[in-house]
Design a protein around this ligand. Structure first.
Ligand code: 9D3
Length: 245
C-alpha cells in the first residue's frame, strides 16, 4: 500500500517508522511519501496561509500550494484516491478502513490553521473525519488512517494477529487478557484460564466479550452475529448472573 501525505509538517510522519507499521515499512509492504505544499508556494516567504475573506479569526490555507501538491501526487500515481482530512468528512471506521485497503494508493491531504480554502475540495475525491472532536490539523488523523489501513494490507500483521483482527468485524469487544503473575496486588487471574480446559476457556471468553459489549457498547450487539448459545449467555448477563462452568 502506497500512502502519499500532503502536509506542511512532514516530520510528524516519522512516527510510521515504529512498531507494527515500522516493520511493514521496512518490509516494503507499506510506504509513506510526504509532499510539502510549502515547496509549491510561489513567493519568497513560502506562504501557505492567508486571512479569511469576509474577516474573522485565524488563517486559511491558500488553495494554490495545496492543489499544486495534490497535482504532483496525481502525476506520480495516476490512480491515487485523494482524501481531504476534515472535521466535516465521512466518519472513519473499520468499514471505511477495509474499503481503503482495497486501493493501490491513497493520498491524505492535511489542513492546518482554521481550515482550508473551500475550492480545494474540488480537487479531492472525498473528505474524511476521525471523530467528533477538534484537532489542530489533519496530521494525527492521517496517522490513524495510515495505521488502521496498513493493518489490513496482506503481510503486515502476523497470521496470529490477522485472526484476532476478525473480532471487530463480528463487532464485539475483546475478552479480558491476563498474563503472569497469577496474583497481582491481590487481584487474581480467573481460575478457568489456569485450568487448561480449552473448551471452558473459550466459553468464558465468549461470555466476557458479550458482557463487556453489553455493558459498554450495547449498540454494537445489533450488528453482531449471535448464536443461540450467545443469546442464552446474554439472557444470563441481563439477569446480572456471572459466568459459571
Ligand atoms: C476553530 C475552527 N473549527 C471550528 C470549531 C473548525 C475546524 C477547522 C479545522 C476544526 C478543526 C480543524 C482541524 N481539524 C482537522 O483538520 C481534522 C479533524 C478534526 O478536527 N477532527 C476529527 N477529524 C479530523 S480530520 C482533520
Amino acid at each position: 500500500m502506497k500512502f502519499y501525505v500532503v502536509s506542511i509538517f512532514p516530520e510528524i510522519f516519522k512516527a510510521v517508522n515504529y512498531s507494527v507499521l515500522g516493520k511493514a515499512v521496512d518490509k516494503g509492504a507499506v510506504s509513506v511519501e510526504c509532499v510539502n505544499p510549502r515547496d509549491f508556494a510561489s513567493d519568497r516567504h513560502k506562504t501557505v496561509d492567508d486571512e479569511p475573506y469576509g474577516g474573522g479569526a485565524g488563517m486559511v490555507m491558500k488553495p494554490e500550494p495545496l492543489v499544486a501538491a495534490i497535482e504532483k501526487v496525481r502525476s506520480l500515481s495516476p490512480g491515487v484516491k485523494v482524501l481531504l482530512l476534515s472535521p466535516r468528512g465521512r466518519r472513519f471506521d473499520q468499514r471505511f478502513a477495509r474499503e481503503l485497503a482495497g486501493e493501490e494508493a491513497i493520498c491524505l491531504v492535511c489542513g492546518r490553521y482554521e481550515g482550508v480554502d473551500e475550492r480545494v475540495s474540488y480537487f479531492v475525491d472525498g473528505e474524511l473525519s476521525v471523530g467528533d472532536f477538534v484537532l489542530s490539523g489533519g496530521e494525527y488523523a492521517a496517522l490513524c488512517v495510515i495505521d488502521a489501513v496498513s493493518r489490513l494490507v496482506p503481510g503486515v500483521l502476523g497470521s496470529q494477529e490477522s485472526l484476532r483482527e476478525e473480532s471487530f468485524s463480528f463487532s464485539l469487544l475483546e475478552y479480558p487478557h491476563y498474563t503472569r503473575p497469577p496474583e497481582f496486588r491481590g487481584l487474581k487471574v480467573p481460575e478457568v484460564l489456569l485450568s487448561g480446559n480449552h473448551a471452558l476457556i473459550a466459553d468464558w471468553r465468549r461470555f466476557q466479550q458479550l458482557k463487556l459489549t453489553f455493558e459498554r457498547r450495547p449498540e454494537l450487539l445489533a450488528e453482531a452475529e449471535l448464536s443461540e448459545r450467545d443469546k442464552q449467555k446474554l439472557l444470563r448477563i441481563l439477569k446480572g448472573e456471572e459466568w459459571s462452568p
